[in-house]
Design a protein around this ligand. Structure first.
Ligand SMILES: [Zn+2]
Length: 237
């Protein structure tokens, strides 16, 4: 019994310690939607601009370039939404499976689970009595929540949201794909390609700076990173 408990608990302890402690400044809570937004938006600028420049290079009419850009906007938004939905759904499925398993364990072996929770706090540096006391009190408050958070590293308040991720990436793709489209609308007929290219690159740099600002990274460096990365490898996703 004791041995079984120990082998069950050991990986849980290491899992809990690796999942603990967000970095100072507490920006990590934004990581989910920030990732979805930035991923969709720099892709939007690059792929829409590339498509439009390609069509423009074939000496197409302004109307044809515009149609190509709008088609790219629609296709890209839908593909981003589907991709995000599938990837975040699989993350959510894994979380739900963990929650179901933990709920079952709590129902079937409450004593072992309490001891397991106490051992996690002991592993973080509390002495045995205090760890037991903390485990008992947290269990009285929200037993499943305490296990999810400290044993599995799942925060009940920030579970994966597939639909939210899908909407955010589709919306951000669509709104940033407008940048090269707007550039086309204001460009003089002879300068369509350079204007689309320059405005798009400026948009990428601004986006990098904004993403870096939200994520807490130095703005200049973040802008430069997106700019250089995209300028030298535009089809990376
Ligand atoms: Zn547990």
């Amino acid at each position: 019994m004791a041995k079984a408990l120990l082998t069950h608990s050991t990986p849980a302890v290491s899992k809990a310690t690796t999942a603990a402690a967000p970095p100072e400044g507490h920006r990590s809570g934004r990581a989910g939607w920030l990732r979805a937004a930035v991923l969709g938006s720099d892709d939007a600028i690059v792929s829409t601009a590339s498509l439009m420049i390609g069509v423009a290079a074939a000496s197409a009419s302004k109307r044809a370039i515009l149609v190509a850009g709008v088609a790219g906007l629609v296709a890209g938004s839908m593909s981003m939404a589907v991709g995000e939905y599938v990837s975040v759904s699989s993350q959510r499925d894994a979380e739900q499976a963990d929650i179901a398993l933990e709920t079952g364990e709590l129902a079937n072996q409450p004593d072992a689970e309490l001891e397991e929770l106490a051992m996690i706090y002991e592993g973080r540096g509390l002495d045995h009595d205090l760890a037991t006391q903390v485990a008992v009190q947290l269990s009285a408050h929200d037993r499943l929540g305490a296990h999810l958070q400290d044993e599995l590293g799942i925060k009940p308040s920030s579970l994966a949201r597939p639909l939210q991720a899908a909407w955010i990436s589709a919306a951000s793709f669509a709104s940033f794909a407008i940048i090269p489209l707007a550039a086309l609308l204001v460009a003089p007929a002879t300068l369509q390609i350079p204007v689309i290219a320059v405005v798009s690159l400026a948009g990428l740099a601004a986006l990098g700076a904004f993403g870096g600002h939200l994520g807490g990274a130095p703005r200049g460096r973040a802008a430069l990173r997106v700019f250089i990365d995209r300028a030298h490898n535009p089809f990376k996703s």
